[in-house]
Design a protein around this ligand. Structure first.
Ligand code: ADE
Length: 423
């Protein structure tokens, strides 16, 4: 462990070269962010701005932090999850890019919060959150820092839900753009990113064969849709559990079986929670699962699986593989919990592939620029990503993929704007 200081708090500075290679590898697949970074280096829209990011410290996040720095920001990073940090990347950010980084893979809860505090000690004028922990800390223990903050962004569904609660309660003290709500974010990152990386994490943790398995997915939001689609593609039979009737109906018509978790518990081989809520898998569900069932969470916080209930019901707990804890129940059945119930895609794999983070982080960078330019006219509320930014990210991504689109002719434009013409 390095002493905490100018570098932040990282596991091992000697990993920096390895981290730099990972960052460069990710960059190949991030052409939209590259274009933004090049423009930022010329225009410096974030000149002199202190920015604290509480994000998963991955090779993709590193490319975002480098782009923000190219735009003139002084960036400090801390981890948004104790298990998601890529230690070589954290080292490269701190040592090679002079971005103080407070993140160590498998840090305990106390260190996690110490790192958040350290990022706030840098007196940020802008926050970039993934899960709203930094915002929550600023509005509770560190209110002294609030007057200097002009705005922020939020990356994920869970964070946006928290922010909307804060806003509804009249507690939110500065404007925040909900990056998650951009079409070019959730339609791609949440669906294709989570879909692929969740199966990747479970595969790396267990080496399981998906073909022929019954996979129970709790939650049919964009993440659940993506996971279900990819599990089916691997030959699994998918069961969806939902609390929202429209989503449940959509899952049925997408061809999945829909039932309650009570009904699904004895049927599933693999359980994946992506509800954004609490205890989607609870004690009474564990009591009815098959022997050797696999349980994983891909939602933001580790509260979707009631781990305390699992602990209480079990007579033994053994780590059987690096990311697999096997609980033995009173009646001898075993239940395998992956990654301590934390985000399995980031803890057991590398999170979403770079090509999809390219779009999410292009939105982040452009929203940071938007706030820097417009903060004076923004009020403390949760904002959607401006349409122009969303459309721009899609257009740049298509161009980077060498894909062209049609354009309306003047006649077609006039037709769409008129109401007189029928058949
Ligand atoms: N969230 C999901 N995947 C991620 C990644 N690869 N980097 C940063 N945040 C993520």
């Amino acid at each position: 462990m390095q002493p905490e200081g100018k570098l932040g708090d990282i596991k091992d500075a000697s990993l920096a070269d390895e981290g730099q290679r990972l960052i460069a590898w990710a960059e190949r697949e991030m052409p939209v962010l590259r274009l933004i970074s090049e423009r930022f280096a010329k225009e410096r829209p974030l000149e002199g701005l202190a920015l604290a990011g509480c994000l998963h410290v991955t090779s993709e996040t590193a490319n975002l932090a480098i782009a923000l720095k190219a735009g003139g920001a002084s960036v400090t990073l801390c981890a948004s999850n104790p298990l998601s940090t890529q230690d070589p990347v954290a080292a490269a950010l701190a040592v090679i890019h002079d971005i103080p980084t407070y993140a160590i893979k498998a840090e305990d809860n106390e260190t996690y919060y110490r790192h958040l505090n350290a990022a706030l000690d840098a007196k940020p004028q802008m926050t970039m959150d993934d899960g709203a922990d930094l915002v929550a800390m600023l509005h509770t223990d560190r209110q002294d820092m609030l007057p200097g903050v002009i705005g922020g962004t939020e990356e994920t569904t869970t964070g946006v839900i928290r922010l909307r609660s804060m806003s509804a309660a009249g507690k939110l003290r500065y404007p925040i753009i909900a990056v998650n709500e951009a079409d070019t974010k959730h339609l791609f990152d949440n669906r294709y990113g989570t879909g692929q990386s969740t199966l990747d994490g479970i595969t790396r943790a267990t080496n399981l064969l998906w073909a022929g398995k019954t996979v129970v997915v709790a939650g049919y939001g964009w993440c659940g849709r993506g996971i279900a689609m990819r599990a089916r593609g691997m030959g699994s039979q998918v069961i969806i559990t939902e609390i929202n009737p429209v989503r449940a109906l959509e899952a049925v018509m997408d061809g999945h079986r829909v039932m309650t978790m009570d009904e699904a518990a004895p049927q599933g081989d693999v359980f994946i929670t992506v509800t954004g809520g609490k205890h989607a898998l609870d004690g009474h569900h564990f009591q009815h699962m098959k022997d050797d069932a696999i349980v994983a969470n891909s939602g933001h916080f580790n509260v979707e699986v009631n781990i305390e209930a699992l602990e209480d019901l079990s007579t033994d707990k053994t780590r059987v593989r690096p990311m697999v804890e096997r609980y033995t129940m009173g009646d001898g059945r075993r239940i395998n919990l992956l990654a301590e119930g934390r985000l399995v895609n980031l803890a057991a794999a590398e999170g979403h592939p770079s090509a999809v983070m390219d779009m999410s982080f292009a939105n982040q960078a452009l929203c940071a620029e938007h706030i820097a330019k417009n903060a004076k006219t923004m009020t403390p509320e949760v904002y959607d990503v401006p349409r122009a930014i969303d459309d721009n990210v899609a257009a740049l991504k298509l161009a980077a993929m060498s894909i062209s689109m049609d354009e309306l002719t003047p006649e077609q434009t006039a037709y769409l704007a008129s109401w007189e013409a029928g058949t």
